[in-house]
Design a protein around this ligand. Structure first.
Ligand SMILES: NC(=O)c1ccc[n+]([C@@H]2O[C@H](COP(=O)([O-])OP(=O)(O)OC[C@H]3O[C@@H](n4cnc5c(N)ncnc54)[C@H](OP(=O)(O)O)[C@@H]3O)[C@@H](O)[C@H]2O)c1
Length: 331
């Protein structure tokens, strides 16, 4: 039986194509999953458009996350038709990913979908929501809290209208944090207030100092863009604040001094969703709807795209033509 997949090739240049393929052409693994939903993350857009070096082998199906049902498994702890998800663990980078009607994975990577949400909602959360939640978890483990004394101040979220940014703004505000949404798009103002931001600032109006240690404005940060903005935010972070570094949408460069770290106790926390240890990954996915609120699914979902129509969205995502989460219906 053949099925549809969004496959990335490297000849003559890196590009994707919608192809029909067979189960025995998929990456090796002990479990076959019928994929109901996947999503388009920044990394998927870079991989499928050839605008970033993401794939470690070719050809490979794109898609760093998926949710669906077990079709067959050599691991007896999984039953046929059980609802499961996978994110990170190298899918869509080193192994065939979720932007296909079927995926074959290693059962060690599989997470049963908790009762609090279904496959569609799991992919509205997706890698973006998982990563925002991982950042919040690490910040809180390191002492961040809405009522920390001395009062830390608001958490600034950069790239706020993107997938990770939207999730971070929404989750932080539901947890009681004052949240400043920093965006490059004035048009996203109402959307970000709707998600719970206490303040919305546009990048062009942001006046941050170039000093290595500047006025303490932020209690912490969730940063999706890197570059000069991240460097300055670190210098403006208050005593013992946590800055979670997630992305590089502006630049991978960081031009900082050690002063905020050694004079204010600021922590720079690295967030890496792909290789998050499995025990912590399971814990974070289980927290949604329990220790962690569920996000506002309807507000954050900007579009549901059929797999057959996915092609234009990769470039459009990088060119900031969308907001929130783009999910892909694979069946
Ligand atoms: N570390 C990890 O494990 C991990 C996991 C997921 C994602 N990421 C990274 O996190 C970042 C966000 O991912 P995503 O999936 O949320 O992507 P996304 O939905 O495309 O969001 C990216 C957002 O960044 C802002 N942005 C884009 N280009 C920019 C530029 N040139 N200058 C300043 N801001 C810019 C835009 O927000 P505004 O319009 O609001 O400005 C955009 O919506 C990416 O760099 C991605 O690679 C890392």
């Amino acid at each position: 039986m053949s099925f549809l997949a969004c496959r990335v090739f490297n000849e003559p240049d890196v590009h994707h194509q919608l192809v029909q393929m067979k189960h025995d052409e998929l990456s090796v693994g002990d479990t076959l999953i019928k994929v109901d939903y996947s999503s388009i993350n920044y990394k998927d857009a870079l991989a499928a458009s050839g605008r970033g070096k993401i794939m470690k082998a070719f050809p490979l199906n794109a898609g760093i996350d998926l949710a669906g049902t077990i079709e067959s498994s050599d691991n007896s702890s999984f039953q046929k038709r059980q609802k499961v998800l996978v994110n990170g663990c190298g899918i869509g980078e080193s192994y065939d990913g979720g932007l296909a009607q079927y995926a074959r994975v290693n059962s060690d990577w599989i997470i049963p979908i908790p009762d609090a949400y279904d496959a569609k909602k799991a992919m509205i959360i997706g890698t973006a929501g998982f990563t925002a939640a991982l950042a919040i978890y690490r910040m809180q483990q390191n002492g961040q809290s809405p009522g920390s004394l001395p009062k830390h101040g608001p958490i600034v979220v950069t790239g706020a209208s993107g997938g990770v940014g939207s999730m971070a703004v929404n989750l932080l505000s539901k947890l009681g944090y004052e949240t400043i949404a920093l965006t490059s798009r004035e048009s996203m103002r109402d959307y970000l207030f709707d998600l719970g931001a206490t303040e919305v600032t546009t990048l062009d109006k942001l006046e941050l100092s170039d000093k290595p240690l500047a006025k303490a404005l932020y209690g912490g940060a969730i940063d999706n863009i890197g570059g000069k903005t991240l460097s300055k935010i670190i210098a403006h972070t208050n005593l013992w604040g946590n800055v979670a570094s997630i992305g590089l949408a502006q630049s991978p460069k960081l031009d900082a001094t050690v002063f905020p770290f050694i004079l204010r106790g600021v922590s720079l926390l690295g967030i890496s969703s792909t290789n998050c240890p499995m025990a912590l990954r399971k814990k974070i996915w289980r927290q949604f709807g329990r220790e962690l609120p569920l996000p506002n699914f309807e507000k954050i979902l900007s579009k549901e795209i059929p797999l057959a129509e996915v092609s234009p969205y990769f470039d459009e995502l990088i060119d900031k033509k969308h907001y929130g989460r783009l999910i892909v219906n694979c069946q």
